[in-house]
Design a protein. Structure first.
Lengths: 232, 381
């Protein structure tokens, strides 16, 4: 199952780093407004991370509780003295880009996304399946960031003159999420075993959760995600 | 609108990758806003996005602008709104070009008028066409670009609890596909097929006879409009109930099919049939002739048409099958705050809020509009 999940994640990462929008940012062939849009989408995407981790904290098996708890505290800046929460790091990124005036709009959009998730009818019959679906998506971002975020940090530093401090969210993830991503895969395996998923059932739920490329969709929009898969 | 799908959706006539619905947004002088949606399909009613847009702006809007909107409390609101709408029969040029009816345009305008009038009275469409209490259980639709893909789709749908399925057929290997799906979905699942009109009478009979042992609940549109004359013969000989879809676009079609015993089921769709009032007329024709009804949908409908279909379906106590409300299972994004997508097991509840019972997000519409065509009542002539 671990290999199945990793294969899916790697496929999605390949699509992300190969999509025209990502390449253009990395090459610096687009204007500042495009970088601003990207950073705004990163902020928007990860604003709700503590909420999702809180949800998973309630669902994961006993063996994984400590890991999720640690991730959650770290996300909230409570894992060490003088720790900065990830939303604070994202705020520093936004300020570095001069996008302070967008904060309330982006936060409102993030709330709308959360509302939609809460309001959507549940496709599954119990939180057991919903939890697996959510876990797979949360870990997918950790897995992707552990492999791509320092690359993003580097091109933002070069193209947008941002400081390391302003880019800490990216560099932090590149270091910390390698461990988180591996632990995340452990948690998925633990979750599947603890709740006694049939392997085919687990694969079907994971496949459904990863049907679309959420990295491209969240960072570059649904049209970019569609283009990346020839769905124009 | 141009909303990409999460995954391509193919059948024997077309592979769709995005929704291209046309949304009608109606605003009264008092600021009440209502919405309607049409899904023009050249291979169904002959309408295109361009022709539908033209029909709304050049035929329906001139007939409506300046007209007093019926009061939402009116008991005969559906009939009153229908009476406001012109017949909009295709011109001879349009008929020659394959346009059967301007039903998508009519449906979009009718639903927008109903939504607006009912919101003005803070009344639900469910108060006009009342829910009967029949459980609303949506079908999963399995596309069949390959057996492997169809099986993967089927397993995913089964994992969300769906038990009623429609399978797109009309390709080589249909029998093997249905055999594989029956095995994967189990004997308790309901499976029906949709050929989208690609078979001849002999091909249909041959295939349907081979499928008998797989307990197929019905076969939708086996022959297509060009072979409608063969439907009575097929319906009489087929071991599997026959459902009509593309062959059922007008009330004249419904009358002929009923009188000629050309089918066992109607697929009634809000956009295809020209709105909710017209759909109920199709249902009446069906009942007169002992024909059962499926409330269907067009691939890529947003929550606006899905809500209209939900109200229609909820009002029928003899519904055979129900399709649609796929929401973000198919669309990358929907246009309402609260999706009307079905939930676990394909189940859904009747909608209760004012009008259609949905809250459309205007910024979402603007974001995904391929084009916008303002029609202003200030240009009253």
């Amino acid at each position: 199952m671990r290999q199945f999940v990793e294969d899916l994640y790697n496929q999605h990462i390949g699509e992300l780093t190969g999509c025209a929008e990502f390449v253009a940012l990395e090459e610096g062939s687009v204007g500042r407004d495009v970088f601003e849009g990207f950073v705004g989408n990163v902020f928007l995407t990860h604003q709700n991370s503590p909420h999702f981790l809180g949800f998973l904290f309630a669902l994961v098996p006993p063996n994984s509780v400590e890991r999720i708890e640690h991730n959650l505290l770290e996300e909230m800046g409570l894992d060490e003295e003088d720790g900065r929460s990830h939303p604070e790091l994202l705020m520093a990124l936004l300020e570095g880009m001069g996008l302070q005036d967008k904060v309330s709009t982006l936060k409102a959009k993030a709330r709308t996304r959360l509302d939609e998730i809460v309001l959507d009818p549940l496709l599954y019959g119990s939180l057991r399946e919903v939890g697996l679906s959510a876990l797979v998506e949360v870990v997918s971002f950790e897995y992707m960031l552990s492999r791509v975020s320092s690359r993003i940090g580097r091109f933002l530093k070069k193209q947008c003159d941002l400081t390391d401090e302003q880019l800490e969210w990216f560099f932090h993830h590149s270091e910390v999420d390698i461990q988180h991503a591996e632990e995340g895969l452990d948690t998925i395996e633990d979750y599947i075993a603890y709740y006694e998923f049939d392997p085919q059932e687990a694969q079907d739920i994971i496949g459904t959760a990863m049907r679309e490329n959420v990295f491209i969709k969240r960072y570059f929009g649904i049209e970019a995600a569609a283009r990346a898969r020839g769905m124009e | 609108m141009q909303i990409p799908f999460v995954e391509g959706f193919g059948h024997s006539l077309k592979t769709r990758k995005a929704s291209n619905s046309v949304i009608v947004r109606l605003e009264t002088d008092e600021g009440v806003v209502g919405y309607g949606e049409g899904a023009p399909r050249p291979y169904v009613t002959g309408e295109t996005v361009a022709s539908m847009t033209r029909s709304v702006s050049e035929t329906f809007w001139p007939a409506l602008k300046g007209v007093e909107l019926p009061i939402g409390d009116a008991p005969d609101l559906l009939a009153q709104v229908d009476a406001l709408l012109p017949d909009a029969l295709p011109t001879s040029d349009e008929s020659q070009a394959g346009v059967l009816a301007h039903h998508s345009a009519r449906a979009a305008v009718e639903v927008a008028l109903l939504d607006t009038a009912l919101k003005g009275a803070e009344r639900s469409l469910g108060a006009v066409i009342q829910p009967t209490g029949t459980p609303l259980i949506y079908s999963g639709v399995i596309t069949s670009e390959s057996v492997e893909r169809a099986l993967a789709n089927a397993r995913r749908m089964k994992s969300i609890g769906l038990t009623v399925f429609k399978v797109k057929v009309g390709f080589d290997g249909d029998v093997a596909l249905i055999a594989s799906l029956r095995e994967a979905l189990g004997p308790e699942s309901s499976i029906r097929i949709d050929a989208n009109g690609v078979w001849t009478l002999d091909q249909a009979l041959d295939t349907l006879n081979q499928l008998v042992s797989y307990n197929v609940a019905s076969c939708e549109e086996p022959l297509g409009r060009s072979r409608m004359a063969d439907l009575p013969s097929l319906a009489a000989q087929s071991p599997i109930p026959i459902m009509v879809d593309e062959s059922l676009c007008t009330l004249e079609d419904a009358q002929w099919l009923g009188e000629q015993s050309g089918c066992h089921l109607f697929n009634v769709r809000v956009s295809k049939c020209g709105g909710i009032f017209r759909c109920l007329q199709f249902v009446d024709r069906a009942r007169q002739h002992g024909i059962r009804v499926q409330v269907g949908s067009h691939v890529g409908e947003t929550s606006i048409l899905a809500a209209a279909g939900r109200h229609l379906a909820a009002s029928l106590d003899d519904l055979a099958f129900l399709e649609g409300s796929f929401g973000t299972i198919l669309l990358s994004v929907d246009v309402t705050r609260q999706s009307v997508r079905f939930g676990h097991r394909g189940m859904a509840a009747p909608l209760k809020g004012p009008g259609l019972g949905i809250r459309v997000l205007d910024d979402r519409l603007a974001q995904h509009a391929a084009s916008v065509h303002p029609l202003d009542s200030n240009d009253l002539s």
